[in-house]
Design a protein around this ligand. Structure first.
Ligand SMILES: [Zn+2]
Length: 475
């Protein structure tokens, strides 16, 4: 793997430095240190898959020529993930540049404390023009030095508590802690601000609320049809409520001071910036409210085809009545998480996708735009349908006009999976099914143009991309 460095340039800089030093010694003077200018030091960007030289140059506001020149890239050289590239426009800055997403609760000062970076460097790296641009989920570039110890947020200061007291409680040297957090004096620390201490593991938490150890919005960046999890850990009982893009994810107490809420992003929501509000009430009656904007990205869903189906399956009243039944079926948030780990594919061949989640479509030439609320798996290796994870069968409904023969499984915490167009049922309402258990047979009942399984995941009634659940472990 080539590591692009410009030896020639380095050599000539070294020679120049030697010459300067000799001149200074001759004159009996030491040349005054000039800050950053012509330092020959550059931060290095680590290439990730999908990067192009053009893209990297544009991102760091430099030209292709300067990037190629500084890194001595030859004509035949291929850019590979993991390669390090010096960035010409960032001379004087140190560290390795990597991509991250703005976490919940982040401010310019908390990010710079977390990464031990200068706020000015963060601004320069990301061309921020205002602090209000720190939207949750925004892609940012951060500079980290390789020897940098990970940090974690300290419990936030309670009103009247000083950083001196907090540092003693967390067995840290007060002055080192103040310096790590860019405080000239530990007495300048404020409650409701986030301070970091060295840690073994690091942490995503950036939000300081007294009595709350951590609040994290997981699975950033948010996308249309995406799943997210809000996780709260507190050392005392707290009441948490949240609103994100107009929805109210429901928190469940999962023990040890942890509360989590699953949420879904609507597939048809316009990509853009949406408000997130968190309200936290303590047992003593104190309440805290936190607001920050969050970015919802496009899911890049494609426009699919017009499908010819039985006209009764798109008749407005039929669709409305059936939707109302299913909306109420998946509404309850049962407090026990039944699944463990990533989900299995419900059909034998997960690659046998005949229609992905989210694609836009029309029926019978009618201009009304629908989107695909699940993942359609054809039968390539077999017609059996399996439970992808542990759960309770809450509905086995035959002959639905749109959904055909349907099974609904409650996995807990507001997460449901739905199986449509089946030809046969292999379970009954009330059964607890294990992952990999046979639950039905693929068919073509309801609004269907041929035998396939429509596999859907709903979170509090919002269909989300099921592929997410096959690829990562929640929470
Ligand atoms: Zn489908």
């Amino acid at each position: 793997m080539p590591n692009y460095t410009n030896l020639k340039k380095r050599k000539s800089l070294l020679q120049l430095a030697r010459l300067c030093l000799s001149l200074a010694m001759l004159m009996g003077l030491l040349a005054p240190q000039t800050a950053n200018a012509q330092s020959g030091i550059y931060p290095e960007y680590v290439v990730v898959s999908g990067d192009t030289l053009y893209g990297i140059a544009a991102r760091f506001d430099t030209t292709l020529e300067d990037l190629v020149d500084l890194n001595a890239i030859g004509q035949g050289d291929v850019l590979r993930p993991g390669d390090h590239l010096k960035i010409p426009t960032l001379e004087g800055m140190r560290g390795v540049l990597s991509t991250d997403y703005v976490p919940l609760g982040a401010s310019l000062s908390s990010l710079s404390r977390r990464d031990q970076a200068k706020p000015a460097d963060l601004i320069r790296l990301n061309q921020f023009t205002s602090p209000s641009e720190l939207f949750i989920g925004r892609e940012i570039v951060v500079a980290r030095t390789e020897d940098q110890a990970p940090s974690e947020p300290m419990p936030s200061l309670t009103p009247g508590q000083s950083l001196v007291e907090a540092s003693i409680l967390s067995q840290q040297n007060t002055w080192q802690l103040a310096s790590r957090n860019a405080l000239q004096n530990p007495l300048f620390a404020l409650p409701m601000d986030t301070y970091y201490r060295p840690s073994q593991t690091g942490s995503d938490n950036n939000l300081a609320i007294p009595g709350v150890d951590a609040i994290v919005l997981d699975n950033l960046p948010l996308v249309q049809g995406g799943t997210y999890v809000l996780k709260v850990k507190s050392s005392q009982p707290v009441n948490v409520s949240a609103e994100l893009a107009g929805e109210h994810p429901v928190f469940t107490d999962v023990g040890d001071g942890n509360q989590i809420a699953f949420g879904g992003i609507r597939a048809l929501i316009d990509p853009g910036v949406y408000p997130l509000t968190l309200e936290i009430g303590t047992a003593e009656g104190a309440s805290y409210r936190f607001d920050q904007y969050v970015i919802i990205n496009s899911g890049n869903y494609v426009m699919g085809d017009n499908l010819e189906v039985d006209p009764s399956t798109i008749e407005s009243d039929n669709v409305k009545n059936e939707d109302a039944i299913f909306k109420s079926l998946v509404a309850p948030v049962t407090p026990l998480q039944q699944w463990e780990g990533a989900w299995w594919s419900p059909a034998q061949d997960v690659d046998c996708v005949i229609s992905p989640f989210g694609s836009r479509r029309t029926y019978n030439g009618d201009p009304k735009l629908y989107y695909h609320t699940g993942l359609d798996l054809g039968y390539c290796k077999g017609t059996d349908v399996y439970a992808p994870a542990r759960g309770t069968v809450v509905a086995v409904l035959p002959d639905q006009i749109v959904r055909g023969n349907v099974i609904v499984i409650d996995h807990g915490l507001g997460v449901y999976s739905i199986y449509m167009h089946l030809s046969e049922f292999k379970v009954q309402e009330g059964n607890v099914v294990e992952e990999g258990q046979l639950i039905g047979i693929i068919g073509t009942t309801g609004r269907s143009t041929g035998p396939h399984l429509h596999f859907e995941v709903d979170i509090q009634g919002i269909p989300v991309n099921p592929v997410t659940w096959l690829n990562r472990t929640f929470p």
